[in-house]
Structure formats: structure tokens, C-alpha cells
Design a protein around this ligand. Sequence first.
Ligand SMILES: *Cc1c(COP(=O)(O)O)cnc(C)c1O
Length: 462
Amino acid sequence: MSNEVLDEALLKRAFHHAVTFLDTLPRRPVGPRATRDELLHALRAPLTEEGEDAAGVIDLLAVQGQRGTMGTPSPRFFGFVIGGSLPVAVAADWLTSAWDQNAGLYAASPITSVAEDVAREWLLDLFGLPRESGLGFVTGCQMANFTCLAAARHAVLRDHGWDVEEKGLQGAPRVNLVLGAEAHITIHVALRFLGFGTSTSLVVPTDEQGRMHAGELRKTLAGVQGPTIVCAQAGNVNTGAFDPLREIAGIAREHGGWLHVDSAFGMWAAASRDKRALTDGIDLADSWATDAHKWLNVPYDCGVAIVRDAQAHRASMTSTAAYLQQTSGAERDPVDWNPEFSRRARGLTVYAALRTLGRCGVEDLVDRLCARARQIAELLAPHATILNDVVLNQVLVRFGDSDELTRAVIAGVQQEGTCWLGGTSWHGMGAMRVSISNWATTEEDVERSAAAIVAILRSLRA
Ligand SMILES: *Cc1c(COP(=O)(O)O)cnc(C)c1O
């Protein structure tokens, strides 16, 4: 089959390569196997005048390039906090590419606008958040934090008689920014993007699990007046710990402050009856940033920004100009809810994943990964120190109370290839960080991985 826009043979070739990649994934070393020099050698060539055969280019990427891929969708990839991809989400993503929709406007892609509107309702329902909230599909939690904090900036300054969208920050009332000492780096970056700088925030001490001290927050806010934004966290990137959100929300409210919650992966605990208590009080916040490419396991990239005050959300993001106003009003123009103008129809994968999983499927996904995290902690505990309370999907492991040994185990594991995980620094100590974020990780994957880690530890000690 072919016509002016279809090259079926080429798409079938890419399909074949993609299927081979996924088919061999669980049998290949999880980490990349090519060096930078090898990849450059394979890829670098003078840009030709005439171009090259498309099939050859796809083959080159698939065969040479694959050696430089990280096995992030592998069931034994435990690095950073990175989800895999549900089969239905990959399939929806292929459709998204073939459709090539510009998701900025209803007029440019009615289906995307409507599917994202429905996915918005499902997400708010699943998380137990106010139905009237604004929601934008962004590239990841970095941009979700940015979007939410832009809405916060708008609202707290509006309440002090200042239109920041019109007048900017110069001459505006000073905004107090209050963060936990363990705030994720992307909160600091978002504040930088928003013109607040990196050194103006008030930092609230955290406890041994990385949770903000509510009592310390109260003390910090006691000396503060005027527009105030408090950033809390649901799911510490190292320990998985949750700030005491109900208490924090009460304190922020007493001070008339806006409460934002960075819940990149922790938000999903709200979808599980077993884990929901961790998020207690999260619905009292004003804005929430989360990811779909982590726990929901849709392909990169997809984050979600949610703002209770939809008017503030829209005011801070809208770019609807007269020439774009092609609709009558009920239709949702995604440009009003996210910082991008033209963008990918990334909400389609969320729609497909949620519709396929249903409420129980999402709950099972959350519970399963938490159980696997407890399992690996139990298997490693006789050989190591588990530094955190394993409340969610994150496990911090330290070997022989030694940075050096811990680093050597991590390097050995990455080299050996059964699984892949990385290192972190936790309260001055080197640690191996295990993040169970992939829908496909089985008990057997965890057993095999733990056995490989213990074998490397033994060989280093021998
Ligand atoms: C991953 C993460 C982020 C950043 O998310 P991206 O999707 O990488 O932009 C922010 N906060 C926390 C707590 C995270 O775990």
C-alpha cells in the first residue's frame, strides 16, 4: 500500500525494529553498551547534499543506535524514577505520531481537545481533587511545577492588587516563597524561570525521611507577611516520603498562603486504597504537579499540572489571540492551560492508559510496585543497610556503611547488566537508589536483580 503520504514498507520496517527492541529487551543487558566514541563513529557523517535512503537511516538508528539506548522500559530498570510504557500507551503514541496533530487549539485538533478534557475529568476523579480544577498536559513534572507556580504567582499577586501578567514582577509586592529543605531541584528551577531567583526562598527543615517539619513551617511563616507560596512534596525523590500535607495545608491556609504540592510520582498513591493515607490532606492544596510518564507508564513525555483556581491557571498560561479564536466557547483550547503553544497530543496516551486500566487497574499498578519495593528491600536487608522507611516505591541501600563499597556495587551492577540502578547522596551518605516504577516488573525480576546485586557485593568483598 502507498499513496503520497504513506510509505508502508518504511513504517513496517520501523515496526519490526520496535518489536525486536521490546522482544529482546528483557534478555539484553539493561544498561547501554556503546561508548560515546563508538556512537559517534556509528552516527557521525558529513551531511550529504542529496540525502540518503530512508530505510537505511532507520536501520542505522535501530541497529547501531540501539546499543546506546538505556533499557528504561525494561522490567529490571530501577534507575532515577522512570516508568516503562504500557503496551496500550505505546500503541496510542504511535497513533499520535501518525496523526501529527497540533494539540494547541480545539480548531487544530478537536479529538485531542476532547480526549484531554475527558482524561482531565478522570485524573481529577482518580486523585480525589476538585472537579472544577484547571489541568494542563505538559512535558513533565518540571513544567508542571512551573505551570502551577505561575498560576500561584498570578493568584497571590492578584490578591494583593497586582496584575503580574500585565505588569511583570518589577515593582510588584514581594512574594514569600517557602520550601522544604528537600524540595526537588525542579522546584528551584521553576522559581528561577518565574523570575524569583534561586536564593530568595525561605527553607523549612526536614526530618530524617526528608519530610517537611510542620512545626518549623509554622515558625517560618510566623515572621512572614504579604503574598506567600508554600511548596510541599508528596513523594521524596530519594525516600518516597510524604510531607504531612494536612497539617501543612492548615498552616498555609491560616497565613492566606497558596499551597503547591510537587507530587511527581506520589500523587498516584491517592489511587490506591492501601496507600491513600499517605496523601491525606493533599486535596486541600491549591495546585498539584504530577507525571504520567512515571507511575502511569506512558511513553515520554507527559506531565500534568493541576490548579484548583482554574481562572488563575488560565490567566497565567493563556495565549489565545484574536486570530486563534476559532471556536464558540465550550471547546477547550489546550494553549490556555500549558506553557507550550504548538505541541504534541500527549494526552492521548493518558486517555488510552486510563481507559484500559480502569480504577482497579491503576490501583493494582500502584500496589504492585510498592510490593516489589518492599520485596527488594527485604531481599537486600541481610546484606546491607536500608536507609529509608519503604513506604512507597523507593528504596535507599548502603553497603558496609561505606561510600566506596556502595559506589563499587553500583558500578558493578551497571556493568553486569541484569538490572540498572543509580547512586544518590542521602544526608551525607552515598546510597544506591532503587526505584520500582515499571508496570512489568515481576517478583522474579526482583529476585534475579537482588541475587545479581548480592553476587557483586560478594565478589567485591572476596
Ligand atoms: C521526577 C520528579 C520531578 C521532575 O519531573 P520530570 O518529569 O523529570 O520533569 C519533580 N519532582 C519530583 C519529586 C520528581 O520525582
